[in-house]
Design a protein around this ligand. Structure first.
Ligand code: DX5
Ligand code: ZN
Length: 216
């Protein structure tokens, strides 16, 4: 079943608790938590203490997307702070350390995943395909909400879908960046089962439920 994961990056940070409750009422399945360090991406968002407080506001599944260098240094803390799933960019450290980060997430009893930037080829995910719970394909350059969807990522998505079906059918395939009611359709057609949406949900002028329903 398709899951919708609204990205808190586009939420109103002054009322995060209320935003979480409104998203729960919208029927969205997950919450997406974008962590940026100003080095791996040219922007800084929020980190561990905010997640810890936010965790107290909601029982929803929190999918933490770490856009930070050497995430192996912090994954345990994100798990302890309440993330249910932690994903790390495969471009953010050596392959050995990426594997170590994934193992650390698993050891905390949480789900783990890898993320591919637009310029990273689908093949690069193969070494981790058997050990992850999710692969996240970026359809914008990570760093900011509100950018345009890169439709040329669809062949990559479809290839990953085929490999997942063959080798690790339980693994989820998530898309992040520029997802709206039109591009969502393309993502699903090419095999996505989790759609992240920031602006399409939080900037929607109306009830979040309408925005979330429109993505399905
Ligand atoms: C971008 C983030 C995304 C972002 C998506 O680096 O990873 O999760 O919030 O925002 P929209 O849906 O507005 O493109
Ligand atoms: Zn994200």
């Amino acid at each position: 079943m398709l899951k919708i994961a609204p990205s808190l990056l586009s939420a109103d940070f002054a009322i995060l608790g209320q935003e979480a409750e409104d998203i729960r009422l919208s029927g969205a399945e997950w919450l997406h938590y974008d962590v940026m360090d100003g080095i791996f991406v040219p922007n800084i968002s929020f980190g561990i203490p905010v997640l810890k407080s936010f965790r107290k506001c909601t029982e929803m599944f929190i999918d933490a997307h770490l856009m930070i260098t050497q995430p192996v240094r912090y994954v345990k803390e994100f798990c302890d702070a309440g993330a249910d799933m932690v994903t790390v960019h495969m471009e953010s450290d050596t392959p050995e350390n990426i594997t170590k980060a994934l193992e650390l997430i698993r050891a905390q009893g949480k789900l783990c995943g890898i993320v591919l930037k637009p310029n990273t080829r689908a093949e690069a995910a193969l070494p981790w395909l058997d050990m992850v719970d999710m692969i996240l394909v970026m359809t914008v350059e990570p760093g900011f909400g509100g950018q345009s969807f890169m439709a040329d990522m669809m062949p990559k998505l479809a290839r990953l879908r085929a490999w997942i079906n063959e080798r690790n059918p339980g693994c989820l395939l998530e898309v992040d960046g520029g997802v709206n009611k039109d591009t969502a359709k393309l993502c699903v057609e090419n095999g996505a089962d989790v759609l992240v949406a920031g602006s399409a949900v939080f900037k929607y002028k109306g009830k979040y439920k309408e925005a979330v329903d429109a993505l399905r």
